[in-house]
Ligand binder design. Structure first.
Ligand SMILES: [Zn+2]
Length: 303
């Protein structure tokens, strides 16, 4: 695994680089969190069914808490942390009393300043988790929000439940001057991307990478060659995308049609053409995606 200097001179990834202090210690004190709501500079971000509201300048709308709290769905307010202005909260908008145009999440991610996209990603993942985990997974009783939304506690059996983060490996498999890309049948025509898959229990990131590549394409990678490139929070609903690069040792492609429609090797020249939009038939995902950043780095011979 290499260090982050690989990306030091690169533009920040969408959804990464939050400026917030998540206030781990203050969260333990419910009175302190309640007091933050009274702070004159406290602000609230409202999401409309998971999508953000942007200002005319394409920033994430952060409204004064005192007024915006009345537009929040009851019991949905969570504490995100503090920035240099003050405390910041998030909630799902109560669409019965609040009607504002929201921007679809992926589009907003590419439009917002990246600090805002990271704050939004935290809000989206956290609110989605609370929405789906209102009952104790141990005993089935309704659980309570605790630590300002950083966990839930069951009043019946005492179990604590923490927001989940699901690791996904996404890897560019290399064979000298070519790389392996795949496409799924439901993607837009001509769209190709790096291979990816969820990490399974009791599996290292390297093992997950090698397994997914083998399962989907029959290609075998050298586990010792796998290098970490970067991670990106991916709030759909709460993944962490782990970008890797791996070297192939067996390059024959035999696609598992249940996973992929096609997979094939692309030359570095072809990938450059795809990135520049001048490939006759193939293109890569938009700039929001980890796969694009991996191919950009490889095309520039940085990985
Ligand atoms: Zn319980």
């Amino acid at each position: 695994m290499n260090d982050r200097s690989l990306l030091a001179d690169e533009a920040p990834l969408v959804f990464a680089g939050s400026p917030l202090d998540r206030c781990e210690v203050e969260r333990r004190d419910p009175e302190l969190i309640a007091g933050f709501r009274e702070h004159p500079k406290a602000r609230l971000i409202l999401l409309v069914q998971g999508d953000p509201i942007l200002t005319p300048g394409n920033q994430l709308a952060k409204s004064a808490f005192a007024e915006a709290q009345w537009h929040a769905r009851p019991h949905s307010i969570v504490f995100l942390g503090k920035d240099e202005t003050g405390p910041l909260f998030a909630a799902e908008a109560d669409t019965a009393v609040f009607d504002a145009p929201a921007v679809p999440a992926r589009q907003a991610g590419m439009t917002m300043p990246h600090e805002d996209s990271a704050i939004y990603a935290q809000a989206k993942s956290l609110l989605a988790w609370h929405e789906r985990h209102q009952f104790c997974a141990v005993c089935g009783h309704r659980s309570d929000v605790a630590a300002g939304g950083a966990k839930r506690v069951c009043p019946s059996c005492g179990a604590e439940h923490f927001p989940r983060v699901d690791p996904v490996v996404i890897m560019l498999v290399i064979d000298g001057e070519r790389c392996l890309l795949g496409r799924q049948a439901e993607w837009p025509e001509g769209m190709w991307s790096a291979l990816a898959g969820f990490v399974e229990p009791a599996e290292t990131l390297e093992e997950a990478c090698a397994r997914e590549v083998r399962e989907e394409t029959g290609v075998v990678v050298d586990i010792a060659s796998i290098r970490y490139v970067f991670t990106q929070p991916w709030p759909f609903p709460s993944s962490i995308m782990v970008g890797l690069v791996a070297k192939a040792t067996k390059t024959e492609v035999k696609v598992d049609k249940q996973e992929l429609e096609q997979a094939r090797w692309f030359s570095r020249e072809e990938v450059r053409a795809m990135l520049e939009g001048r490939h006759a038939e193939a293109e890569l995902p938009p700039s929001i995606a980890v796969a694009r950043r991996l191919t950009e780095l490889w095309a520039a011979e940085k990985i």
